[in-house]
Design a protein around this ligand. Structure first.
Ligand SMILES: Cc1cc2nc3c(=O)[nH]c(=O)nc-3n(C[C@H](O)[C@H](O)[C@H](O)COP(=O)(O)OP(=O)(O)OC[C@H]3O[C@@H](n4cnc5c(N)ncnc54)[C@H](O)[C@@H]3O)c2cc1C
Length: 489
C-alpha cells in the first residue's frame, strides 16, 4: 500500500471502533463527534497533501524495498540533503496547521525510524525484539498508520516509583505472559490525539528503577483493541464555536486522553522491550530518538513561534504601538529568537552525526539546546503578545455584531485601528491573538510547549550531565594558567 489520503485515514478510523469517553459520554464515531471531528479533518487535510502532486515530492519518498511512496519522516537519511528533505516535509505540514498541532503524524513516524535504525539496541533484550521493532516500523510506514503515544505514568504519587505506589495496579505493567503474548493492565498518560489514532505505541521516558521491571515494557496495539479505554480531558470546543470569534480554537484543538489498559493481550510480535529496566532507560540515550524527534519538533515549534511573532508585529502595527521603543525592543527580541532556532536547526544538520550502520542523524547538542530553550522562548513570545494587545484583547466585539444593523456602523467606526486598518481587520487580528494567548485553547498551547518534550527541569539538567564541555573548560584551563603560581612568587 502507498501513502494514504484523507479519505483513507477517515475510513481507517471508522473501520476500527474504540472505547472513548468524553464528558461522561461514550463516543460512537470519532470522525463525526463534535469534540473530535475538527482534528480528524485537520489530519485528513495533512494526508491529502501527501497525494497532492504539488506537495508529493516534498512530503513523500519512494521506499526502495517496496517501490511505493511513504511519508518523508520514515526516510532514513544518508547525508545533509536527506536531513534537509525531512525538514522541508516537517515544515510544510507544520505550516498547514500554523505549528498548532504538535502531534502531527510525522512525529511518531520519525520516532519509529529512530527505533528501527537502532534495532540492535532492542535486540539486547532478546534477538526477537530487534526484528519486531523493524517489522513494526515497516508495517506503519507501508500502511501509513497514524500513531499516538503515552510515555508517562499518571501523577498519582511522584515521590514513589511505579512499583511503590500505594495501589500497585495503578501504573501500566505486565500482569501475565503466555505463548500468545503479554497481558498488560494499568494507566498511562498523556495520549495527545489518542482518540483519533490508528495505533498506540507505549514506551518510557527514562526513570524506572530496579523493582519496576513489570513496568519496563514497550509495545504497540491498535487503538480499538479489547480492554483499552481512553478518558479524554474536557474539550474546549464541541463544534459550536464561531469560526470568526475562535479562528484557531475552532479548528486546531488536539484532544488528550488518559489510557487505561484492562487485561489487554499484546501479541509477542508487537512487544519490543520486556521487563528490562536498564534497557528501558537506555532507549533515549542509545537510539537516535531525541535527534530525530527534536529535528521534527523544533521545526514545528519554529513555525508556531514565527506565527506568534508575526501576530505580535501585526497587532502592534494595527494600533500604532510599534512606534514605541520598548515595543520595538520586544519585537526585536522575538525576531532574534526565531533566528536562534533557525540557526540551531541548520547547525544540527550540517554537523550531523554518522552512525556505524550508515544512516546519519542531526546533531544532538544544538537540538537539545533548542528543546530546552523553547519552554521559555515560547512563553516569552506569548507574554509579548499579551503585553502589546493589553486591554484590547478583552474588548473585542463578536463577529455577530458586525452583521447587526443597529450597531454595525458603530462597531466599524470604533474598532478601527491605526493607519487605515479597518475594524474587521483589527478584530480579526485580536481574535487570532486571543485564541493563541488567552483562550483555554491558548493555555493548552502554552502548556504544550512547556512540557511536550518532557520536564524542562530534567531536560536542562540532562543537557549539563551529557554536555560536551571541552571548549569552555579549555578556555578556563588556559585562563587559569595566567595566574602565577604563588609558590614560585
Ligand atoms: C499539552 C500536553 C500534551 C502532551 N502530549 C503527550 C503525548 O502525546 N504523549 C506523551 O507521552 N506525553 C505527552 N505529554 C506529557 C509530557 O510528556 C509530560 O507532561 C512531561 O513529561 C512532564 O511530566 P508530568 O506532566 O508527568 O510532570 P511531573 O513529572 O509529574 O512533574 C510535575 C512537577 O514535579 C517535578 N518533578 C516530578 N518528578 C520529578 C523528579 N523525578 N525529579 C525532579 N522533579 C520532578 C517537575 O519538575 C514538575 O515541576 C503532554 C503534555 C502536555 C502538557
Amino acid at each position: 500500500m502507498a501513502v494514504r489520503d484523507g479519505r483513507g485515514f477517515i475510513a481507517g478510523l471508522r473501520a476500527q471502533p474504540r472505547e472513548i469517553w468524553v464528558e461522561g459520554e461514550r463516543v460512537g464515531d470519532v470522525t463525526t463527534h463534535p469534540a473530535f471531528r475538527e482534528s480528524v479533518a485537520r489530519l485528513a487535510e495533512l494526508y491529502d497533501m501527501q497525494v497532492d502532486p504539488v506537495h508529493q515530492e516534498t512530503l513523500t519518498y519512494v521506499v526502495p524495498e517496496t517501490g511505493q511512496r511513504a511519508g518523508a519522516a520514515f526516510m532514513p537519511a544518508f547525508g545533509l540533503a536527506d536531513l534537509q528533505k525531512r525538514r522541508a516535509a516537517y515544515r510544510l505540514w507544520a505550516e498547514a496547521t500554523f505549528g498548532l498541532m504538535g502531534r502531527s503524524p510525522d512525529f511518531l513516524n520519525v520516532s519509529l525510524l529512530a527505533f528501527a535504525e537502532a534495532k540492535h539496541v532492542f535486540a539486547r533484550g532478546g534477538e526477537a525484539f530487534g526484528g519486531n521493532i523493524e517489522r513494526y516500523y515497516a508495517h506503519v510506514r507501508d500502511n501509513d498508520l497514524f500513531l499516538s503515544h503515552a510515555l508517562i505514568t499518571p501523577q498519582n504519587d511522584r515521590s514513589r516509583p511505579s512499583s511503590g505506589q500505594a495501589d500497585p495496579s495503578l501504573h501500566l505493567k505486565v500482569v501475565r505472559e503466555s505463548s500468545a503474548g503479554i497481558t498488560v493492565s494499568g494507566a498511562r498518560m498523556l495520549a495527545t490525539l489518542g482518540p483519533v489514532a490508528d495505533e498506540m505505541i507505549l514506551y518510557n521516558l527514562p526513570g524506572f528503577r530496579p523493582g519496576d521491571e513489570d513496568h519496563a515494557i514497550m509495545f504497540a496495539v491498535p487503538a480499538g483493541i479489547d480492554g483499552l479505554r481512553q478518558i479524554c480531558r474536557t474539550p474546549y470546543d464541541r463544534g459550536g464555536r464561531s469560526r470568526f470569534d475562535h479562528p484557531l480554537a475552532a479548528r486546531f484543538e488536539e484532544s488528550d486522553a488518559l489510557l487505561i489498559f484492562d487485561n489487554v493481550l499484546v501479541p509477542w510480535e508487537r512487544v519490543f522491550l520486556y521487563r528490562d529496566v536498564a534497557l528501558s532507560n537506555a532507549v533515549y540515550p542509545d537510539t537516535a530518538l531525541r535527534n530525530h524527534t527534536a529535528h521534527q519538533t523544533n521545526t514545528r515549534a519554529l513555525v508556531k513561534l514565527q506565527f506568534a511573532v508575526g501576530l505580535a508585529i501585526a497587532l502592534a502595527r494595527a494600533i500604532g504601538a510599534d512606534q514605541f521603543l520598548h515595543v520595538q525592543q520586544m519585537l526585536g527580541e522575538c525576531l532574534g529568537t526565531i533566528e536562534i532556532i533557525k540557526s540551531g536547526l541548520v547547525r544540527a544538520e550540517i554537523e550531523h552525526e554518522r552512525t556505524a550502520a550508515g544512516p546519519v542523524r542531526a546533531a544532538l547538542a544544538p537540538l537539545q539546546a533548542l528543546r530546552a530553550f523553547l519552554p521559555t522562548a515560547y512563553p516569552r513570545v506569548v507574554e509579548v503578545l499579551q503585553t502589546i494587545g493589553a486591554g484590547g484583547l478583552m474588548m473585542m466585539p463578536s463577529g455577530a455584531d458586525f452583521a447587526v444593523p443597529d450597531i454595525a456602523e458603530g462597531v466599524r467606526r470604533h474598532y478601527q485601528g491605526a493607519a487605515g486598518v479597518s475594524a474587521l481587520e483589527r478584530v480579526r487580528l485580536f481574535k487570532l491573538a486571543w485564541d493563541l494567548v488567552g483562550d483555554a485553547f491558548g493555555a493548552r498551547q502554552l502548556q504544550y510547549e512547556r512540557y511536550y518534550a518532557g520536564d524542562p527541569v530534567r531536560i536542562l539538567a540532562g543537557n549539563y550531565l551529557a554536555a560536551d564541555d571541552r571548549e569552555p573548560m579549555a578556555l578556563v584551563d588556559k585562563a587559569k594558567a595566567l595566574a602565577e603560581d604563588p609558590m614560585l612568587g
